[in-house]
Design a protein around this ligand. Structure first.
Ligand SMILES: [Zn+2]
Length: 304
């Protein structure tokens, strides 16, 4: 009994800790490679994770809100209403629709726990690389000279060389030549594996008030299909979009050539630089009425 209690207390303490790291922390608990050379160690899977990484897709709305893509994040176990709209927009096929589609389109990253060798005191941090870095990590693992680089005894640190910032960022990833233990300190090892986050996705309910409880300290929350539709006003998206299009063709026979540059939407995959600002995405922050979102989506498509 006493043992059970202490376990519960431990879980509670852990949840509390995770909460303070997630909510409004603005990047606390996340790792981002600095310009230059970085040495990190990828942690193996912990708790419910099958592998050391969790694919995470996100959609960003014109009003700044974002939502995890249920489809990409669950590897197609769940459907995503935003992806469906993106697909429709692509099939409409004109330039504006394509632009909107590309800004709404899923941005893919692969989340993992890492130790920053230059900052081990911080313990495990979540790293959210995009396609390019993740591919390099896969190549290392497929390379017989490296194998499972996340192995706590015989894995390897990796070096990430980052060049540039913003959309000009590029990365090169290498493995350390020598294999090495995650740490030689057993206590440290236990602490790190304990503090590493379980990155498996969890589905929250239709009720935002239950989010906290259901997410159980997991970083990746899937919101049910219908709730995404409602929260983001997607049910009448098509109508709004068509209206906006008509208005545009009435009002503006000539397209302006100069416009706000499209934010790094095409590059995001290589450019998960701004994670730090991205991580406060907790479903309960999303209070803006759906109507407003629809209006903004419409206004945005009008602008383009
Ligand atoms: Zn999606």
């Amino acid at each position: 009994m006493a043992k059970k209690l202490s376990k519960a207390e431990r879980v509670k303490a852990l949840r509390d800790k995770l909460k303070t790291q997630d909510l409004g922390g603005g990047g606390a608990g996340f790792y981002s490679p600095k310009v230059g050379k970085n040495t990190i160690r990828i942690l193996p899977e912990v708790r419910d994770m099958d592998f050391f990484f969790q694919p995470v897709g996100r959609h960003y709305f014109p009003d700044g809100r974002k939502v995890y893509c249920p489809s990409f994040t669950t590897e197609k176990e769940k459907d995503c209403p935003v992806c469906e709209i993106v697909k429709e927009l692509h099939s409409i096929g004109d330039k504006q629709s394509k632009k909107l589609a590309s800004s709404l389109g899923v941005r893919r990253s692969w989340w993992m726990n890492v130790i920053d060798r230059d900052n081990e005191e911080s313990g495990p941090l979540m790293y959210t690389p995009g396609v390019m870095v993740f591919n390099s990590i896969i190549s290392l693992i497929n390379d017989p000279d490296y194998g499972d680089i996340t192995d706590i005894d015989e894995g390897s640190d990796i070096i990430i060389a980052r060049d540039g910032t913003g959309i000009d960022t590029s990365y090169e990833v290498h493995g350390r030549r020598k294999e090495s233990a995650l740490t030689d300190d057993d206590e440290m090892l236990e602490e790190w594996l304990d503090k590493a986050k379980d990155l498996t996705w969890v589905e929250v309910s239709e009720d935002p008030e239950e989010d906290d409880e259901l997410s159980e300290g997991h970083a990746v929350h899937i919101v049910p299909y219908d709730r995404i539709v409602e929260d983001f006003g997607l049910d009448s998206f098509d109508d709004e979009y068509e209206e906006a299009e008509e208005e545009e063709s009435d009002r503006r026979p000539k397209r302006k050539t100069k416009r706000k540059p499209v934010v790094e939407e095409d590059e995001v995959e290589e450019d998960e630089v701004e994670e730090d600002e991205v991580e406060e995405d907790e479903v309960e922050d999303e209070v803006e009425p759906a109507k407003e979102v629809k209006r903004r989506i419409a206004r945005r498509s009008r602008r383009r």
